[in-house]
Ligand binder design. Sequence first.
Ligand SMILES: NC(=O)c1ccc[n+]([C@@H]2O[C@H](COP(=O)([O-])OP(=O)(O)OC[C@H]3O[C@@H](n4cnc5c(N)ncnc54)[C@H](OP(=O)(O)O)[C@@H]3O)[C@@H](O)[C@H]2O)c1
Length: 259
Amino acid sequence: MTVLVLGSTGSTGRRVADQLRSRDVPVRAASRFGDVRFDWSEPDTWAAALEGVSAIYVMAPDGVPVEPAFITQAVSAGVERLVLLSTMHPEEIGDDRLIAAEATVRDSGAEWTVVRAHWFNQNFDEGFFLPAIQAGRLVVPLADQRQAFVDATDLAAVAVEALLGDGHHTQTYDVTGPEALTFAEACALISTATGRDIQYDGTPEAYLATPGATQETLDFFLNQLSLGNAVPTNTVERLTGRPAIPFQTYANHAAPAWT
Ligand SMILES: NC(=O)c1ccc[n+]([C@@H]2O[C@H](COP(=O)([O-])OP(=O)(O)OC[C@H]3O[C@@H](n4cnc5c(N)ncnc54)[C@H](OP(=O)(O)O)[C@@H]3O)[C@@H](O)[C@H]2O)c1
């Protein structure tokens, strides 16, 4: 089988592709600038990416919809299995894009699994929190709410099990890390890993003073606050047979990005 990995240069796709290769599974690593060119907004890039593919790791970056026409084309081309990266609590946080993506894969006619992720650890060293951590002050208006930060390596491992293993069809997995931490605690663990002081401010006032923040983006966080503290799941251990990666282990490994 050849697995098409979308977002193959991104936080999860890169790890999915690496883990598949380490199990000797043929991989087509695709994105706009990946080994194979694939662009969600350019349908003429889709057919070549799909040639000879039997399963797909489906991810679309923030703000980009999973195009139903692509999924239809994939199934027509012989794809039998779809594993979609989604978010935890999409209904409660009003993530219409990922609610639609989930419906698209569930209605596709192929075998499907939905991987619903909590906040990625990698937001801190590969994603949108990186400049703030480098500057020593992170502002996220989530006060002392606890988050079950999950490592992209673990998300990828769950996705790979769903792509290769049995019994995952029609499953929707909530995937978290092993502990629920406040952002202040996460920053303290990064401080321990780096020896640098990393401050956290979780107030809406501080957030609205940051560039690009609007009442609409604040409302996204306020919706999330209404969910209360996250509760870790055992999905990683159940599917992979090994415990999920603790945040401190992640931070020690990622420390060079922050120093
Ligand atoms: N961050 C979180 O805490 C979190 C939590 C839950 C769910 N999620 C979801 O996870 C997804 C992000 O996953 P990620 O972190 O693995 O991605 P990522 O690191 O942001 O990488 C995005 C990937 O998409 C590719 N890409 C960008 N524009 C594209 C386009 N028009 N067509 C095709 N590929 C394109 C990029 O490669 P090129 O630039 O080469 O195209 C890259 O490989 C989003 O849907 C987000 O909602 C995130």
